[in-house]
Design a protein around this ligand. Structure first.
Ligand code: COA
Length: 173
């Protein structure tokens, strides 16, 4: 069985190692470190194997600067998500992401953005149309958003959707 909970200090080294082994480059691990150092991390969840206690997955949500109709909107970016190779295709990433979205909804977050494969993220309700017309360097079909409060998008002119500054260090998102 897998247990999902907010990541703690004891998880930091294992999360770093998981990110470094899950991605072909070090940029995602560096991104998570930099988001934490900058105070931009809103929520990090860790999935542990209940039998062994080993970390098997993680997901991060970081603060964004989003405005609609001249008003700031409480918004986060989902990135990155990683699951240890031996535990993939068992729904761990899906459970981590859904647990994170549920917590963020309860905390009053209005919008969650993600940059990724629409075929994967559509299952949570992410849609490129919700992210359309926000000014973002990532604008396009792979930038999706999910309204968390009753599925309602804030009304009005969509202005900017800025990721936290550590994202600027990514060579490619
Ligand atoms: C992507 C990843 C997190 C999925 O973890 P997982 O626990 O196996 O995912 P789940 O079991 O919850 O869901 C599996 C689904 O994810 C899809 N998937 C797996 N890797 C994917 C990828 N790189 N891009 C898009 N979809 C992917 C599978 O096709 C499967 O879809 P299906 O349910 O329609 O068959 C895992 O493969 C991983 O850590 N990859 C390396 C890091 C990475 O690429 N992270 C994503 C970008 S931040």
């Amino acid at each position: 069985m897998i247990a999902i909970a907010p990541a703690g200090g004891a998880d930091v080294a294992a999360i770093d190692a998981l990110l470094r082994s899950s991605f072909a480059r070090a940029e995602e691990a560096d991104l998570v470190r930099d988001l934490c150092v900058a105070g931009d991390m809103v929520l990090m969840l860790a999935a542990h194997d209940e039998e062994t206690g080993a970390l098997v997955g993680t997901v991060a949500f970081s603060r964004m600067d989003v405005a609609v109709a001249g008003k700031p909107i409480a918004a986060v970016a989902l990135a990155p998500v990683a699951v240890a190779a031996a535990h993939r295709q068992q729904g761990v990433a899906e459970a981590l992401i859904q647990a994170g979205l549920d917590r963020l909804e309860q905390e009053g977050v209005v919008l969650c953005f993600v940059l990724g494969d629409p075929a994967f993220y559509a299952r949570f309700g992410f849609d490129a149309d919700f992210a359309r017309n926000f000014a973002s360097p990532y604008a396009g079909d792979y930038l999706m958003a999910l309204p968390l409060q009753g599925g309602l998008m804030p009304c009005g002119v969509r202005e900017h959707a800025r990721h936290a500054s550590p994202f600027e260090a990514l060579s490619q998102p």
